[in-house]
Design a protein around this ligand. Sequence first.
Ligand code: F0G
Length: 750
Amino acid sequence: MFLPSRVTVRVPATSANLGPGFDCLGLALKLYSTFEVELLPGDLVRDHEPLVEISSAWGDDPAIDALPADHRNLFYQTLARRLADLEMPVPEMKVRAIIGIPPGRGLGSSATAVIGGLLTAEAIAGRTHSEKQRAGLVDAAVELEHGSHSDNVAAALLGGLVVTTRDERSCAWYTVRAPLPPNVRAVLFVPVFPMDTIAGRELLPAQYTKADAVHNLGHLALLLATLAVGDLEGVGAAMNDRLHEPYRARIFPQMPGLLAAARSAGAHGACLSGSGSAILALTTERTQEVASALAQAARSLNVDGRVVIADLDHCGATVEIDQCRPRVEISTSTREESALSCTSCGRRFPLGRTDYRCSCGQPLDVALDDTGMARDGDALRQCFDERLSSLDALDRSGVWRFRELLHLSSVEPITRPEGQTNLYPAGRALQNNGHGRVGEFTGLDRLWLKHEGENPTGSFKDRGMTVGVSVARWLGAGAVACASTGNTSASMAAYAAQAGLRAIVLLPEGKVAAGKLSQAIAYGAEIRQVAGDFDRAMADVERMCMDEGVYLLNSLNPFRILGQQSLAFELLQQFAWDVPDWIVLPAGNLGNTSALGMGLVRAQRLGLVDRLPRIVPVQAAGANPFYQSYVEGFTAFHPVKAHTIATAINIGDPVSYLRAKSVIQATNGLVAQVTDEEILEAKATVDRVGIGCEPASAAPVAGVKQHVTRGIIQPTERVVAILTGNLLKDPDAIMLAHQPTGQTLTGARL
Ligand code: F0G
């Protein structure tokens, strides 16, 4: 998890009601309280006494002196409660609260603490928010304010003039910024005495007459309309309230005199701010005159207080996050919440950790506890099979259809939908149509081609990406990044665009096929060309994500691997839960091999199938570190300098080596290598039957042929080759694959 070293939130004062807008209207003012949280290095701990240092930017004020400087502090309480809601432990911290808004004057001082705490917690949890998403925080803020002051919290969050009200049917808060004329300013008179909100509420009648209610409704509508059209003449009359001001005047008898003074000095309108005690006057030109008139009236009415001129705040609370401190170690006290685990050393980490390498350096996996699943294999199969005829978007996704196996029920899916790719029968004995020519080429009677290039962005990557991007948004990431040989970047760019996230892709310069690069550009990703190969880009992106707090979406990301497991589930479902003998697929960074194997092993454990197929990852001979390690009995692993025409798998130092090794061992699998010539020959065959695929996707077809020839795969065995990418991804390769034989093809494009 990236923890910032410091979060500073500045929250504006707010004036609620503006006369008739009782409990639903708030106006943000340029008067601020600032909360600075310094996160102390070290372990995350749960119940420590926070250090809260309170200073006043308002001057001497007994109400500021009385604010608690320990765990009872409202800012801290809100921060801790929000972190608990987000299932985050409370880090050890030092809080500095610089209070610029005196409490108890109707200027939203408690809302500043609540919004400050809420936004600080969001920042600590790595969540940033667009304006629209901020409006969605009103619910949480009101709840944290114990159901009150929605008008203040909404205006403090969004800035400007804000209407907020709760719809009874949906129980949702609707929050909208209303238009304001330019140049409007506020003049405040802030008495030295506070007015307790609760005592002020008790003055109000239990019931109102219809006439009073209708009066206020009309005046509120008038106020919003006059402000929207800039008719400042009408504002004064519109601010006339019958529901609260007259009653509160009973404990603030000088209020009417102060309001009258402001109005007669040229204020467009004046009212009690919130439930008092401050007075708010709106002005454009006659600001100084109104300020002097208020000061003079206060003197003559014997009210002690201060006049303040404040512009309106149009931005709402601001959040500044200081330099991330990467790789914060998590203490044992958080272990029980852990949901990521290291397959190599077994250490566990919280689900929210975004550094997806363990402290031992190996990638983390999502620790899935399938034991709690209420269903057995039959019930699960039935549930998944019933969804095949559903029109629901999630059921139509070949990933989210298996959502019980994702264990991500609180994550809102970003889906196209994906998956649902064809399984083409292409064996000699299966079809008497042209597809059977692939069976003839490989020497297989029962061969199927599962075309993952039929995913929405044209490659298998969409399966993992729908889950990865959904989790990115769930974690509140603002930007996502990946290094890529092309397909990952195209997929990430598309899903990030759908999720409204910034996408950054690092590409090995000159080594990405045209179709893929065009997609990333078209979908709006920021392209950074890396002078080097994929392995270099991969190292760069990991560092960049660490340094800049960007969310990493390479297959190092365990949620991508989790989503990618659906390839296994969908394939088995297409076989009516009968298991083929072999599944053969191209291998580069080894994410797909790992995910397929993990999915198959889980499917067997869950009782979805009763045995496992043998998995065969196929590497290009020029990019074969996994093959070499396999040949050496997995006793060693040496990265290579990769060089193959199949740019998608031009990878010399795969990230998921250990995961893939376990998969080969668990499925009694093999690892193969094929030359670029063999790849192009297989590609030409798949293309010519009218299916087509990109070069890397033809590697398994070439691998199958080779293994049938060598007698390792029997001609009658049931074999599935995974075509991972669409034909159109790499148009340049088509020419090479269909050149007359006998030419040297290896390295022609590298
Ligand atoms: N096939 C295609 C078409 C690919 O794009 C990739 C990987 C693979 C196979 C290999 O899968 O890496 O999981 O072993 N492409 C990545 C990318 C590296 O950036 O698009 P893997």
